[in-house]
Design a protein around this ligand. Sequence first.
Ligand SMILES: Cc1ncc(COP(=O)(O)O)c(C=O)c1O
Length: 388
Amino acid sequence: MKLADRMSRLGTETAFEILAKAKQLEAKGKNVIHLEIGEPDFITPRNIIDAGIKALNEGYTHYNPSAGVREFREVIAKEISKTRKINVNPDQVVVTPGGKPIIFFSIFALINSGDEVIYPNPGYPIYESVIDFIGGKAVPIQLREENDFRLDTDELKKLVTDKTRMIIINSPQNPTGGILTKDDLRVIAEIALSRDIFVLADEIYSRIIYDGDHHSISSFPGMQERTIILDGMSKTYAMTGWRLGYGVMREDLAVKIARLQTNSNSCTATFTQRAGIEALTGPQEDVDRMVAEFKKRRDVIVEGLNHIPRISCKTPKGAFYVFPNVKEIGWEVRKLSDFLLNEGGVAVLFGTSFGKYGEGYIRISYANSVENIKKGLSRIEKALQNIK
Ligand SMILES: Cc1ncc(COP(=O)(O)O)c(C=O)c1O
């Protein structure tokens, strides 16, 4: 088969590959603790499920406009106006099947071949994949452990050129759990404003924060018209499988992003958007409960990892990942994660699946029970005893 040339530039998300490998081992009877996949283990809150079922029963089973159901867009506009302290109208909202299409659509809509896009590395792998795929130039900015995995704004200034068209930021961050401070965002905003650069602000973990508050770059004066906020229901409301997310951006761009949706998905499922209305307007106690539980698990996993010889782990401030340093073990992390899966029975992701600067680290998702986390930790410790 002869594929189009561009397909050779398309990357992937290793989490799904490791999950498949782990499932194969399980099918052969091996017991595996899953600490690889980035999704809450909680069931979607009952009121949201009921709203989805009700919507199905009421016949919300047909197409809806490409940009999304008007009432849902109104609710999102209200929510973003309140939480980001900006003025958003529903025409600035595009609803998508998960937050992920906003990454694809934004880069597709704004990046010409040869345009430069600065993105976090280690970072969510889809950024680099899509930039390459579109023919843009992917310019990584390294997130360093000694800087709490925040990008270094001085370094960012040096990476910006006349060709820089977009900066992607992600806070709280996958895979490190790092958070950008308000001062970081202020400097990034200054750069974007002075150099006419768009910012894709991936805020999918904005509600999963343990220390401090979430700040959005869109709140800085002049930034709303050059920021695309990506957010959604997947992580906050444990709705990964519902595929429900959105982008918030200037109206003229929203029209184009909706057109990309017309050309790809047509629209996001109608009944899930009804459930989305309930998610945003209904009781929020379940979110608080889930975040409190994640915090408990974070403390267990950070402490446990720091007790394992040759591993050290910073305490992340948000999301549900830790990114421990495993450099002392002296193995390439891809080989190490294979070993932990095959010999140890614990699935984790190797740091380089988030870009080249992930070497020396593994990513562990603690979206799993305390019991399984403890079991996973003791399996890791035991397996490492076999590496001299
Ligand atoms: C940083 C980041 N952005 C976007 C997404 C995509 O989320 P969704 O499942 O809503 O498409 C993820 C999912 O893992 C993520 O980690």
